[in-house]
Design a protein around this ligand. Structure first.
Ligand code: ZN
Length: 56
């Protein structure tokens, strides 16, 4: 019984982590910015373009 409870809690914890990671990813890609240096889309999680290093 106790092991079943632990397994359920583990599944909920892993599921919550995956869900929050996906939500963060979707939020970052919802409004992509265009890099002024190279014109590629830059996720909002970055302060500088990961492609060319220009500030966005
Ligand atoms: Zn760039």
């Amino acid at each position: 019984m106790v092991r079943d409870l632990v397994e359920v809690l583990m599944a909920v914890a892993v599921g919550g982590m995956l869900f929050s990671a996906v939500a963060r990813l979707r939020r970052g890609q919802a409004h992509p910015r265009l890099c002024p240096g190279c014109g590629r889309t830059v996720s909002r999680v970055y302060d500088a373009c990961p492609h060319c290093g220009a500030a966005v």
